[in-house]
Write a protein that binds this ligand. Structure first.
Ligand code: CP
Ligand code: NVA
Length: 330
């Protein structure tokens, strides 16, 4: 039996296939409880704190609603409103918050920061995104794939287009290798993840009867795909100057209706969100003015299509984050 009580959740690499599958089952249970309106205040009397050094909609709200549904108290500290990082070190912050709270969520820049927090806090720490990893997103993505493929996801062709080396590309490659899906990363060589991570994932994939690979060939990647995934071309924390180069490099890897047509007719489209698919935002307007492009990583037609499951995926953040909190705090 899987027991994650007292553990932190910092990166998927540290978790076994059994442990991930257990968290996915738990997530499905929590989703059923929510759907049927069944109270599940299993963690009544506990309190958690959410520490954000970057902005968020989904992750923050998933942790807040999840905590409240589980009967917990929750404190949100936004980027800039605590002493951490300015007047107080991460180490001291961890030792203080660990005395007050039963669990700590952290979203920031360096993976070493969330690791230091976990080492010093004495309570479970959950990584709500760093420059390197986005482990809570992985459970929501895996659950969404399961729901669309009858909970039988081994052997599916999972293709990620764009900036493969970002937190999402790296995390999805690990997720696929652990869960038996064939991962294809498709983007310019410049944007591939490091060789060491590819090698690590190849070895994990071999144990689970699947493969991982990277390619620049859009047709090869898209053909017969079951899941087509993309993410923003410029991630939080990257300098504004990278926009011009990324747009030039990544245009051929935009997820278009032509790409969806090469995939299987049953294929689904996923995106962790926020997505840049029109100019309805201030960033969108600004980019359109500066570079003359009105769509980025995904065409609006794909984003709005029936194959797009991005809002189910977003909802699943809440159910899966609840599972992580429950498993580690029970
Ligand atoms: N997908 C995701 O992490 O969204 P937020 O940045 O809104 O939390
Ligand atoms: N790669 C994106 C993911 C956002 C959820 C970023 O880090 O900004």
């Amino acid at each position: 039996p899987v027991n994650l009580s007292g553990q932190s959740y910092l990166r998927l690499l540290d978790f076994s296939t059994d442990q991930i599958e257990y968290l996915l089952k738990l997530s499905k249970n929590f989703k059923d409880l929510k759907r049927t309106g069944t109270p599940h205040r299993y963690l009544e009397g506990k309190n958690i704190v959410l520490l954000f050094q970057k902005t968020s909609t989904r992750t923050r709200c998933a942790f807040e609603v999840g905590a409240m549904d589980l009967g917990m108290g929750v404190t949100y500290l936004d980027p800039g409103s605590s002493q951490m990082g300015k007047k107080e070190s991460i180490e001291d912050t961890a030792r203080v918050l660990g005395r007050f709270y039963d669990g700590i969520e952290f979203r920031g820049f360096a993976q070493s920061d969330v690791e230091e927090l976990a080492a010093k806090a004495g309570v479970p720490v959950w990584n709500g995104l760093t420059d390197m990893w986005h482990p809570t997103q992985m459970l929501a993505d895996a659950l969404t794939v399961q729901e669309n493929f009858n909970y039988d996801i081994k052997g599916l062709k999972f293709v990620f287009f764009g900036d493969l080396k970002n937190n999402m590309g790296r995390s999805l490659m690990v997720m696929c290798a652990k869960l038996g899906m064939n991962f294809v990363g498709c983007g310019p060589k410049d944007c591939w993840m490091d060789d060491e991570l590819i090698k690590t994932c190849e070895a994990i994939a071999a144990e689970n009867g699947c493969t991982v690979k990277c390619t620049e060939d859009v047709k090869e990647a898209a053909t017969d795909a079951d899941v087509i995934y993309t993410d923003v071309w410029v991630s939080m924390g990257e300098p504004d100057e990278v926009w011009a180069q990324r747009i030039e490099q990544l245009q051929p890897y935009r997820v278009t209706t032509q790409i969806m047509d090469m995939a299987k007719p049953t294929a689904i489209f996923l995106h962790c969100l926020p997505a840049f698919h029109d100019t309805n935002t201030t960033t969108g307007e600004d980019i359109a003015k500066r570079f003359g492009v009105t769509e980025m990583e995904v065409e609006d037609a794909v984003f709005e299509s029936k194959q797009s499951k991005v809002f189910d995926e977003a909802e699943n953040r809440m159910h899966t984050i609840k599972a992580v909190m429950y498993a580690t705090l029970q």
